[in-house]
Design a protein around this ligand. Structure first.
Ligand code: DAH
Length: 361
């Protein structure tokens, strides 16, 4: 009969691991570390003995027990090896400095690479994709003038569309921007026409938080103004962009949509990448997610931006960056993204870094 139930065994293993960590912190010599290793992992060692005891468990438990014990062994071995590497490199460096020399053949110190947030990762990819298409990356402040957030976008004070977006008002009369669209106006004033920009950034709405709503989320605004721009250009661009970012074929569907700053307005939906269109809670059982609201820029918006509406037309879009990141990385609950949970991070090697630094506010 084994001495421990599975539960007791698990506790024992945790206690051993804890003990090892404590001891490791105190070990400063390679020899002492070897001693510790054999006291733990040797046949008679605290963990070694538990490994040998696996065969005493009845066959139906053996698989689970073996797995539990082995995982603990791998972790403990990992801790010991890590400490060994540190001690060895410290020892060889001490040797070198004792000899008063620098040994340039020693391997360099490998710094652990950090990781990037999924939203950042997708943002960088989008920036790169648009940069290749000749777009400039612009930024606007997160605390924005009421005029830029609303009036310049054809949403006068009495317009019912102001209620479409629940707004955080700041005491100084400004707003936390409810969307990235105010950068459209800023860019028109700054550059005039023709124009091709995207503007990634954080937006804020006075929302109750649940699995698919956040009060803080990211969008990427896009604006193209030129001669002879049409909806067909917009849809073609959306297809190229989404395929490139998702690195797979995605299905799109285009529906009419209403936004005061575009006419006509459209909604471009993508088939839900969480369930593959089979319907799930993330896509609210529809098989589709709204990813790219867009449209032809309203003449009032062009006029507010001092663009000659006789010559130029344009399209704009407000890509749901947070939602796209969720689709790309299979994140079902938006709350994960602002939770600080490091497990949500993405390996950074594949991303070159931001195009735009420190421009916010
Ligand atoms: N600003 C809109 C929102 O956040 C999204 C949007 C829709 C942006 C249509 C656009 C657009 O540029 O053309 O709800």
């Amino acid at each position: 009969m084994p001495s421990y139930t599975l539960e007791q065994l698990t506790e024992q293993l945790a206690a051993i691991e804890c003990e090892v960590r404590r001891n490791l912190a105190e070990v400063t010599q390679v020899d002492a570390l070897r001693g510790l290793e054999s006291r733990v992992l040797g046949k008679q060692g605290s963990l070694g003995a538990l490994i040998s005891s696996v065969k005493e468990y009845p066959p139906e438990q053996r698989g689970q027990v073996g797995k539990t014990v082995n995982e603990a062994k791998v972790r403990v071995k990992g801790l010991i090896d890590e400490r060994l590497r540190t001690l060895e490199s410290a020892a060889s460096q001490a040797e070198v400095s004792a000899a008063g020399a620098l040994d340039p053949t020693l391997p360099g110190v490998r710094r652990p690479l950090g990781s990037v947030h999924p939203v950042t990762a997708v943002q960088w990819e989008i920036e790169r994709a648009f940069e290749r298409l000749g777009f400039t990356v612009e930024a606007g402040p997160e605390m924005e003038e009421e005029y830029n957030n609303f009036d310049a976008l054809n949403i006068p004070p009495t317009h019912p569309a102001r209620d479409m977006q629940d707004t955080f008002w700041v005491d100084n009369g400004k707003v936390l921007r409810t969307h990235t669209s105010p950068v459209q106006h800023r860019a028109m004033i700054k550059f005039g026409a023709p124009l091709r920009i995207i503007a990634p950034g954080r937006c804020f709405r006075y929302e109750t938080i649940d699995a698919s709503h956040e009060n803080t989320f990211h969008q990427v605004e896009g604006l193209v103004i030129d001669r002879d721009i049409s909806l067909a250009n917009l849809i073609a661009m959306a297809q190229t962009l989404l395929r490139e970012v998702m690195r797979r074929e995605v299905k799109l569907r285009v529906r009419p949509g209403y936004f005061p700053f575009v006419e006509p307005g459209i909604e471009i939906d993508m088939n839900c990448q969480i369930c593959g269109g089979k319907r799930c809670p993330t896509c609210k059982q529809s098989g589709w997610v709204e990813i790219l609201p867009a449209g032809m820029v309203h003449p009032n918006v062009l006029a507010a931006g001092k663009i000659d509406t006789e010559i130029y037309t344009g399209f704009a879009f407000g890509l749901g960056l947070t939602r796209l990141a969720m689709m790309k990385y299979g994140i079902r609950d938006i709350r994960v993204l602002n939770s600080g949970d490091l497990r949500a991070l993405v390996a950074p090697e594949r991303f070159g870094g931001p195009l735009l630094r420190g421009a916010e506010n």
